[in-house]
Design a protein around this ligand. Structure first.
Ligand SMILES: N[C@H](CCC[C@H](N)C(=O)O)C(=O)O
Length: 277
């Protein structure tokens, strides 16, 4: 641990966003502390704390804050909608501001308080094959994979299957196979969605680098985009995930996602833990 001395405790917070499970580290005003090794150790539910994603907040010179994400295996996540909403709530509680700008590797995103809920503009979906990215030029709306999934990028790749009943899918059984499908050179998040009506979807997810989770914000956006593209739903849908509900709104300025956030607890990583990395 280069930037935290062996005597120093490292504070972290646990947050939930619609059931998506996050650890947040606030590194504003100091050098970033998260490395692949720290993320993987902390992400291990036996060795560390456990999380779906780790978010590190940093000082920004272009937005209110900069934000970086890691998966539980220590790999980087290009986008994380639910963690972005949780970080926005944390910052809004601290500053009293109802709007916030957040720079991620996708660019500067806008967050807004919506009563108890937090909305975020996740930006424009990426539907060009090389933007997702895919390994070869194919129609992203209908991939040449059994089950006719669609590929959508939201700053990270998603492979969306439409199925009769998402609750009957063995997500843990088949997720890993699609996560590493050769059509996705950077691997992919995998969503299984059932259309309930023109404005309601049920979705379950296998996340790249983490596995089964109770929700995925960027996956919810990708699913809403793919369903709308196929004419299955309108531009605004409610989506039931295993951990709660999100609202997705496809607007001219990007895909807006709204949902709940919850602060769970805070703690400190001991010098012994940090030394063992
Ligand atoms: N839970 C996140 C997405 C994580 C995606 C990550 N697993 C990746 O490698 O892209 C969300 O709310 O958007």
């Amino acid at each position: 641990m280069e930037h935290v001395s062996a005597q120093e405790n490292l504070r972290f917070m646990k947050w939930h966003g619609a059931g998506n499970d996050f650890v947040m580290i606030d590194s504003r005003g100091r050098k970033p502390v998260v490395s692949k090794g720290l993320a993987a150790a902390l992400g291990d539910r036996n060795r560390g704390v456990g999380f779906d994603q780790l978010a590190e907040i940093r000082s920004s010179d272009v937005a209110d804050i900069d934000l970086d994400f890691w998966n539980a295996d220590g790999s980087r996540a290009g986008a994380c909608g639910n963690a972005t909403r949780c970080v926005a709530r944390y910052m809004m509680d601290q500053t009293g501001k109802a709007t916030l700008t957040i720079r991620t590797s996708r660019g500067v995103l806008e967050a807004r308080a919506d009563g108890d809920l937090v909305s975020i503009n996740m930006g424009q979906p990426q539907t060009a094959w090389n933007e997702v990215p895919l390994a070869q030029e194919v129609d992203t709306a209908h991939l040449p994979i059994d089950g006719d999934p669609a590929a959508v990028g939201m700053g990270n790749p998603h492979c969306v299957f439409f199925v009769e009943d998402a609750d009957k899918v063995d997500v843990a059984g088949i997720g890993p196979e699609y996560e590493k499908h050769p059509l996705f050179p950077e691997h992919t998040n995998v969503e299984f969605a059932s259309i309930r009506s023109h404005d309601e979807i049920r979705m379950r997810v296998w996340e790249r680098g983490t596995g089964i989770t109770l929700a995925c914000g960027s996956g919810a956006c990708a699913t809403a985009v793919a369903a709308h593209q196929r004419g299955l739903t309108g531009p605004r849908v409610r989506m039931e995930l295993d951990g709660g509900w999100l609202t997705l709104d496809i607007r001219d300025d990007g895909v807006w996602m709204t949902g709940p956030t919850a602060f769970v607890f805070e703690g400190q990583l001991t010098p012994a833990f940090l030394k063992g990395l």
